[in-house]
Write a protein that binds this ligand. Sequence first.
Ligand code: R1P
Ligand code: URA
Length: 235
Amino acid sequence: MSTHIGAKPGEIAERVLMPGDPLRAKWIAETYLEGAECYSTVRGMLGFTGRWKGVDVSVQGSGMGMPSASIYAHELVNEYGVKTLIRVGSCGALREDLQLRDVIAAIGSSTDSNMNRMRFDGLIDYAPVADFGLLRTAVEVAERQGVTMHVGPILAADAFYTDRPDLYDTLADYGVLAVEMESAALYTIAARFKARALTVLTVSDHIKTGEKTTSAEREQTFSQMVEIALDTIIA
Ligand SMILES: O=P(O)(O)O[C@H]1O[C@H](CO)[C@@H](O)[C@H]1O
Ligand SMILES: O=c1cc[nH]c(=O)[nH]1
């Protein structure tokens, strides 16, 4: 067991999908993974291992925000030997050309988090980016599955409820597609500890139009994103 994950050694696969929502993890495991078994219920942050197309895959909830996601990514890589992490999350669209339920792959992640400023002493604006091989595979998989996947930069924000919506407009002007809350930390930790990471997202709400999905839909219906992530992680 690690501090926050209750799995025994060997119970977590080298390939892990990471949704923020632990109940999305349960839905993914029960819907897609053959022989899925729950390896951790610590803090209700559920984790499961099963097989996708004959390959061992785990799915681990990460919680909301970079402090929480960092704990799970760190322990998965450093204490369980995980090599590949694909976040499967929800996000708010910043640009009008995006629709509810569109799928996005995050090539890079800007952030307002202070974590990397601390890491680099405030001297470097580190650019957290996806693993290129994983991203290329995800693009190929999405094409094969007939899903239009938007590939571009996103924002990983510390706050879900922002006092500065004007900054979202500015970021959209600079090509940033959407906002979520974990990708910059995931990419940074993967780089630091020599793992591979990618973030694939579904637009759950639209910052410009105010449209939104329900929490039940965010938990159980983002299947295109999950199927792209699953076929990518075993490729
Ligand atoms: O749906 P998940 O994966 O949790 O991702 C998004 O949803 C949460 C906010 O509602 C944040 O964790 C954000 O990153
Ligand atoms: O972090 C998130 C996730 C979904 N929608 C948002 O606006 N922010």
